[in-house]
Design a protein around this ligand. Sequence first.
Ligand code: UDP
Length: 490
Amino acid sequence: MITILEQPKTKYSLDYYSGDPIFSGPVADLIKSAEKAKNKLKDRTIWMINSTAQGGGVAEMLPGLITLMNDLRFNVRWGVINSDDPDFFILTKKIHNMIHGDKSANVNFTENDAQLFESINRKNADKLKSIIKKGDILVVHDPQPMHLGKIISEECGLLTIWRCHIGLDKHNDATDAAWNFLNKYSSPYAHSIFTAPEYVPDFFRNNHSIIHPCIDPLSHKNQDLTVSKLTGILCNSGLLPAYEPIATPDYKNRIKKILFDGSTGEPGETGLLFRPVIAQISRWDRLKGWLPLLDGFIKLKQSKITGDSSSHSQRHIKRLQLSRLVLAGPDPTAVSDDPEGLEVVRQVKERFVSLDRELQKDISILLLPMESAKENSLIVNALQRCATVIVQNSIREGFGLTATEAMWKRKPVLVSSATGLKQQVINNKNGLMVTNPEDSDEISECLVKLIKNPGMAYNLGRNAQRSVYDHFLVFRQISQYLELFTRLLK
Ligand code: UDP
């Protein structure tokens, strides 16, 4: 049943962040919000409840959030619900997929489903009831523990908030049925939090806030990398031959590259440090728009690149001729239970194998090792930093942390207009946006624009970092939570 986790230990304390001149401003703002919230919150425990301690975005985000809130002298605890009946998680996975519009399963719910959902939540809630005290605040993350929040609100009178990390900007039979199922548990909640206005179901329309996901700027994925650390990661992971001695040992699991004939092997020299690199680093999911991006790059390479004889124009032409595409995602054979990943890699590979050898040389399809979360994050970080342009060509996107991470690294991004990406990018201000992610001509035109205009690309990257600094760092998210709690307690 529910497990109350030890206080998480993360790499850095708030003091460490504020010691960095870049973060001293955001941390000072956070400390001000904390001061304002202190009186209302000081004798309360804030409970974060979700359904997994490891894996998934929520579990990745909570330790940093909780550590920093505890550093601010708030008492925050993390509880993870559990079930001895595997059918509970099959049911909650079905709800999750249906909220994303998946109609492949039977979209009806039975009386038994409701009973199972409620009985598991009841057992978890009963244990939590013996630990919580009057005046505490409960933040319930995602659908799995939703009924637990209802019980605690009704039986203990706690302020309860539902934080939903998922959503879809359209509705169909599946989304309607899933929300209808969850509606039964919604009314005792004082408030709800969503990632985008488009995701809010009708029954929370009048009591919701929007809080965007955020990144930790000092995590392995986002921390600054010195040049020797960056080249070390490229060498250790197999992306760069080490022609000088390297201090760190090679990674046990190295990157695999799709070779010209479709087999997989060592990447060898990919030109990452020398070429203009266009990169998309994402999950191998059809909705990430891999094939139209690949086609857009092929069009860029096949287009007749012309210019006048000025050295300026010649340099732009050279840039386009030298540009390379990197498509990278988790090795689907390392992620158990990822048949979709295997299928998407197969489709991308099929297209790649059909290309001329000269074109193939300009395209690297990389399968990233997943065995070590730290090494995977460092590889993603290094790849993002080597890129000249980062693309997130999603057909659908909940938020798109890959774009946030790239923008934080001052990269010009090319994104689609999927709902999550629209929360972050303003076209021509802090990135470029394609209107149709399945239109390879439009993608190609935007890529040409970014590669040909380094001045424009630089300014977009600069504005991109500024928007992440202002809106999507962990400090701001904590302030938003504190302001919300204080407002709701009034
Ligand atoms: N990611 C990763 N390793 C990979 C590919 C992706 O760690 O090989 C990360 C990526 O950096 C980002 C997350 O997976 O932090 C994906 O989050 P996003 O919000 O972009 O999309 P989702 O995968 O949740 O649909």
